[in-house]
Design a binder for this molecule. Structure first.
Ligand code: KIV
Ligand code: ZN
Length: 390
C-alpha cells in the first residue's frame, strides 16, 4: 500500500457496520447492511469495515456479500489475534476486489491482565498473527486496542513488531474515549518519530466519544501525521459512539485553510446515508447534532432568519447543498421576523404586499405564542382566514 503520510490525502475508514453495529440495539439485517455498504462505496469511502466474520454466521455472510458486491472501496473484516479469527475474516473478505484483514489485541496493562499474557508473550502473539494475516492478504491492518492507555515504550515495541511482520496500516485506538486532542497528536507524533519503519505504513486514528472529544482527537491525530480516520455515520458506536464521519469530513472541507487535507468523500451524499443509518439502526439523530441534525441548518430567530435570507454566510459556515440538503430550513416560530415570514409565504405561493404582510404578521405572532412550531399548513390556514376577512 502506498504511504500517504506526506501527502494531503486522508483515507476515510468507515466502521458503521462493525463498531457502529456493536452499539446495543443497533443490529441491522443482512440486506440493510448490503444497502449501507453500497451507499458508502458510492460516496467515496476508502475502506469499509464490513463486520466481524467470526462473531456469527450472519456477520460472516454479510461481510462476504459486501465483499462480493464491492466496487471501489477496500473491504475489511475484523479478527482477534488468533489464526481461527483471521482465517474466517479472510474467507469472508477474499471475495472483494480490494480485501483487507484487520487484526487487533489489547495492549494496555488492563488488557494484558485479562489475556494473562506477559509483554514478551504478547509480542510473540502479535508476531505470529500479523505474519499469518500477511501470508493470506497483502493489505493488513493491526490495532493495539486501548493504545492510549498503553505504556509508550511498550506501544513502540508492539507497533514495530507489527510493521516488521507486514502490517500495512497501524491503527491507534482510543478505545474508551479517554484521550484529549493534544495527547492524541503527541501520541501519533511520538510513534512516527520513534518506531523504525513507521514511515512505510499508514497510521490511523480510531476515537471513541466518551468525553465528547472524538472528532477533535481524530483531527489532532491527522495534524500530527495520521492519514486514516476511522469513523461511523452519525457517530454510531459503542457507548457514546465513534468519531462521526460527517463531522471530520466537513471539518476538513470547511477548515481546509488550516487543515489542508483532502478526503475522497462526495459530501452531497452525507444527508441521505445519515437518514438511512438512523432508520435501519433505530438510533434517531439528535436535533442539534453537528452537520446532520434536524436543526443544523434551521434558523428560528428573527435576526438569524433575516441575515440568512440576505446572505446565508452570515449564520451558515457550510451550504446545505454541500451535504445533500436542498435549502436552509427557516423554522417559523415566535422568534421569526417579517422577512422570514414573507420568504416562507412566497415559498408557499403567497406573494404579499407590505400592508397584507403586516396584517398576517400580527396574526402569525399571536398563533406562534400559542403554538410551539408553526407548520406550513398553519400558515396556509392563516392565509385562508386572512382572505376570508377581507
Ligand atoms: O475501539 C477499539 O479499540 C476497536 C478495535 C477493535 C480497533 O474498535
Ligand atoms: Zn472502537
Amino acid at each position: 500500500m502506498t504511504n500517504t503520510r506526506d501527502q494531503d490525502r486522508v483515507l476515510i475508514f468507515d466502521t458503521t457496520l462493525r463498531d457502529g453495529e456493536q452499539s446495543p440495539g443497533a443490529t441491522m439485517t443482512h440486506d440493510e447492511k448490503l444497502e449501507i455498504a453500497e451507499m458508502l462505496d458510492d460516496m467515496g469511502v476508502d475502506i469499509i469495515e464490513a463486520g466481524f466474520p467470526i462473531a456469527s454466521e450472519g456477520d460472516f455472510e454479510a461481510v462476504r456479500d459486501i465483499a462480493r458486491q464491492s466496487k471501489t472501496s477496500v473491504i475489511c473484516g475484523l479478527a482477534r489475534a488468533n489464526f481461527k479469527d483471521i482465517d474466517r475474516a479472510w474467507e469472508a473478505v477474499q471475495h472483494a476486489a480490494r480485501p483487507r484483514i484487520h487484526t487487533f489485541i489489547g495492549t494496555s496493562p488492563l488488557h494484558r491482565e485479562i489475556t494473562k499474557l506477559t509483554q514478551d508473550e504478547m509480542v510473540e502473539r502479535i508476531e505470529a498473527t500479523v505474519t499469518h494475516a500477511r501470508n493470506l492478504c497483502d493489505n493488513v491492518q493491526w490495532s493495539p486496542m486501548d493504545a492510549t492507555r498503553t505504556e509508550h515504550d511498550y506501544l513502540c515495541r508492539v507497533v514495530e513488531i507489527a510493521i516488521k511482520c507486514g502490517a500495512t496500516t497501524i491503527n491507534i485506538p482510543d478505545t474508551v474515549g479517554y484521550t484529549a486532542p493534544r495527547e492524541s497528536a503527541d501520541l501519533i507524533a511520538m510513534l512516527l518519530d520513534r518506531v523504525p519503519g513507521a514511515d512505510e505504513v499508514v497510521f490511523a486514528t480510531h476515537c471513541h466519544n466518551d468525553l465528547g472529544m472524538a472528532t477533535a482527537n481524530a483531527l489532532a491525530a491527522v495534524e500530527a501525521g495520521a492519514r486514516q480516520i476511522e469513523c461511523t455515520i452519525n457517530g454510531l458506536g459503542e457507548r457514546a459512539g465513534n468519531t462521526a464521519l460527517e463531522e471530520v469530513v466537513m471539518a476538513l472541507k470547511v477548515r481546509n485553510d488550516i487543515m489542508p487535507f483532502a478526503t475522497g468523500i462526495d459530501t452531497t451524499r452525507i444527508m441521505g446515508i445519515s437518514r438511512k443509518v438512523a432508520a435501519v439502526s433505530g438510533f434517531a439523530v439528535q436535533y442539534n447534532k453537528a452537520i446532520v441534525g434536524k436543526n443544523a441548518f434551521a434558523h428560528e430567530s428573527g435576526i438569524h432568519q433575516d441575515g440568512v435570507l440576505k446572505n446565508a454566510e452570515t449564520f451558515e459556515i457550510m451550504r446545505p447543498e454541500d451535504i445533500g440538503l436542498t435549502a436552509t430550513n427557516l423554522v417559523m416560530g415566535k422568534h421569526s421576523g417579517r422577512a422570514a415570514l414573507r420568504a416562507k409565504l412566497k415559498e408557499l405561493g403567497f406573494d404579499l404586499g407590505d400592508n397584507q404582510l403586516n396584517d398576517v404578521f400580527v396574526r402569525f405572532k399571536a398563533l406562534a405564542d400559542r403554538k410551539k412550531e408553526i407548520y406550513d399548513d398553519d400558515l396556509i390556514a392563516l392565509m385562508r382566514d386572512s382572505s376570508a376577512d377581507e
